[in-house]
Write a protein that binds this ligand. Structure first.
Ligand code: X8Z
Ligand code: ZN
Length: 658
């Protein structure tokens, strides 16, 4: 999550409070009779003022949001909802106040600021004060309910409640068909009560979007790309068309392996789709946890990062236990374990920081280490979903995670630090330009660094053993990356296809779940083993729906990051196949990247993109270039198979337990 989305407009309102002061300056121009110049001065002064006051008021909202996300109680939620309500009320006022300036003569910077102002929230507020209050309460409640969500089984003393982390662990590690099914279905019970909230939520935000002149909230979300809403929708189709053949090959390979593992009846569902509960991930967005099933060549390249991180944790645990030897009460043992978890999480974060610093970027400020939430607290509910925060636009940057020592979390840290370094790089820009060139850029920064985590890099930091140069090792390395990146792409697309439909009314509340699974089938080729009726609200079991974070950004990011990667490789003077390139330690690449980050949203993203990559379009060809050895290999593996799936096939009764 990027809290800036909800915050960007804050400054505008604050700015308006002092607009009378701007007018005083403007009137002196009026005396000269130059009305165009007067209007220009008015607009520029308006923008300058709101920027200043935005920055001043911004920390009030981030503090309330941070508190409610790291300490979920009724009270902190009430505080966050109120803070949000106050801010959105101001936003409404300020957007209206900006209206007379639209189309007036003003500097390009001011015009862009006013444009960004209207798009600065993902939650367009309705005019009506009561409805706005209702909206912020529902939004805060949905995110809190998600964060505190637990699946409980058994009764009385025997009751066992598991949170998302624990249930995800089952999917990641257990290969017991029923245990995985139970964990998957269990998590999907937590969102059932959210359905009615989401129905109301969409009505309220749509009212807000219409009030701002958009057809609906989806159109508003699609308006933030320096092109028309219809154009960006068509762009996502085009980009998906480029990478879809690669996804289909990966899908085909995974299905063959799952069938070999679980049998032809259980390894797939109707229409040749992949069973939702068997993909190692609650949403089937990242198949990296299925390495044991999908590894092409056993042991080749030995990229076992999970074991290395586990070993690091065990070393920290031994050290912490040694300190309490002879006096180890149960409580002290638990504390030692937490000390080891925290130490490991910090070491993992230092590793990630080191990559950025190696590029010539600054070290993270001391306050980052003091104020970040690294691991899940023991004594309270928190929103564990990883996020990066810019609390003040003045260096108080933080991440909020529940880090565990595994590869997925390790790369997520690199992802989150991408957000943090973006914040730091554009902190000297006017506050309203302190956001991504577009939201996909923000998501791509850290992931680009992840692409630079080549086997050689991992070897150089001692995380994996010496790498051999065999063809088998290459395919294994490519597969490792594809399971994280390629498997994600259709998921990155389908979530907002669903929300765009909800917001434009083509998906009605009584078909929420049906539409959700139709889209999962169409794009991902994934299905449940038994029909999921409208008593469920499966979209709500993914953070970004109750958390109201637009998702197209992640799809775009998965295209962009390969373009950025290629550009940084060029800057680093890399010769040879793209996938071999790492710019770890390369200051030329770092300088180019930092310069791009520093631009924030001050100019259309196409210009920023051109400065980095030389081109002005998003394009999937770098993805295909990167994965070309794997794609060839997959084609050979899949020879003779009939790949692809039928999205509309009826879901049969589930196979018998066992
Ligand atoms: O939500 C995130 C980040 C925070 S911006 C952890 N991601 C998406 C997700 O988890 O669904 C990163 C990849 C996709
Ligand atoms: Zn992110």
């Amino acid at each position: 999550m990027n809290p800036r989305n909800t915050l960007l407009a804050l400054a505008i309102g604050a700015g308006l409070l002092s607009l009378s002061a701007c007018k005083k300056d403007a009137s002196s121009d009026a005396a000269t009779g130059d009305t165009a110049a007067t209007a220009k001065n008015d607009a520029d002064a308006f923008v300058a003022r709101i920027n200043q006051e935005y920055k001043a008021i911004y920390p009030d909202l981030t503090a309330a949001q941070w508190l409610s996300s790291t300490y979920i109680t009724d009270d902190t939620q009430a505080i966050a909802a109120k803070a949000n309500e106050r801010y959105l009320t101001l936003l409404n006022t300020w957007i209206k106040a900006a209206k007379p300036f639209e189309g007036q003569k003003m500097s390009p910077e001011s015009a862009r600021t006013i444009l960004l102002l209207k798009l600065s929230t993902a939650m367009p507020p309705p005019d009506d004060a009561k409805k706005l209050e209702e909206l912020t309460k529902i939004a805060t409640k949905m995110e809190g309910d998600y964060g505190a969500g637990k699946y409980c089984t058994g009764e009385g003393d025997k009751q066992q409640c598991r949170d998302l982390g624990e249930l995800s662990d089952v999917l990641a590690k257990s290969r017991d068909y029923q245990a995985q099914l139970d964990a998957w279905q269990g998590w999907h019970t937590i969102s059932q009560p959210m359905r009615k909230d989401y129905v109301r939520f969409s009505e309220l935000v749509n009212e807000g979007a219409k009030g701002m002149g958009f057809a609906d909230t989806g159109e508003m979300w699609r308006s933030g790309y320096d092109m028309s809403p219809a154009e960006i929708a068509a762009e996502t189709d085009r980009l998906w068309g480029q990478v879809k053949p690669l996804y289909e090959q990966l899908h085909c390979y995974a299905r063959t392996k799952l069938k070999a593992k679980y049998g032809a009846d259980k390894g797939q569902v109707a229409g040749g789709m992949l069973p939702a509960h068997l993909m190692g991930n609650m949403w089937q967005q990242d198949w990296g946890n299925l390495w044991d099933v999908l590894e092409p060549y056993k042991g080749a390249g030995s990229l076992d990062i999970n074991s290395a991180l586990q070993a690091q944790y065990q070393r920290n645990l031994s050290a912490a236990r040694a300190k309490i030897e002879g006096e180890a009460t149960a409580e002290k043992v638990v504390e030692a374990d937490r000390e080891a978890q925290l130490a490991t999480a910090k070491q993992m974060t230092q590793r990630a920081e080191d990559f950025y610093v190696s590029l010539g970027m600054p070290k993270l400020p001391e306050s980052y280490w003091q104020k970040t939430q690294f691991i899940q607290p023991r004594d309270r509910d928190v929103v564990c979903h990883a996020s990066a925060w810019d609390m003040t636009m003045g260096g108080d940057v933080r991440t909020k995670m529940c880090i565990k020592p595994n590869e997925e979390e390790f790369t997520t840290i690199y992802h989150e630090l991408g957000h943090v370094y973006y914040y730091l790089a554009y902190n000297d820009k006017p506050p309203l330009f302190q956001t991504g060139a577009h939201d996909g850029f923000h998501e791509a920064i850290g992931d680009t660094i992840v692409l630079g985590m080549t086997p050689k890099y991992l070897e150089s930091i001692g995380l994996v053993n010496a790498q051999d140069q065999s063809k088998e090792a290459l395919i294994n390395a490519q597969m490792r990356m594809a399971l994280a990146k390629v498997s994600f792409m259709p998921f990155g697309l389908m979530i907002d296809r669903w929300r765009w439909g909800v917001f434009d009314g083509s998906i009605k509340p009584d078909h929420y779940n049906q539409a959700w699974w139709e889209l999962k089938a169409k794009y991902q080729g994934v299905g449940p083993i038994a029909p999921r009726g409208e008593e469920f609200f499966d979209a709500g079991a993914k953070y970004h729906v109750p958390g109201n974070t637009p998702y197209t950004r992640y799809f775009l990011s998965h295209i962009l990051q390969f373009q950025f990667y290629k550009a940084l490789c060029d800057a680093a003077g890399h010769k040879g196949p793209l996938y071999e390139c790492s710019y770890y330690g390369n200051k030329d690449a770092g300088q180019k990247y930092w310069a791009m980050l520093g631009k924030g949203a001050s100019q259309p993203w196409q210009k920023t993109m051109k400065e980095l990559t030389g081109g002005e379009k998003m394009d999937g060809s770098a993805v295909l270039e990167y994965f070309s050895p794997l794609q060839e290999w997959l084609k050979q593996q899949n020879e003779g198979q009939s790949c692809g799936w039928q999205a509309g096939a009826p879901v049969p009764a589930p196979p018998k337990a066992g």
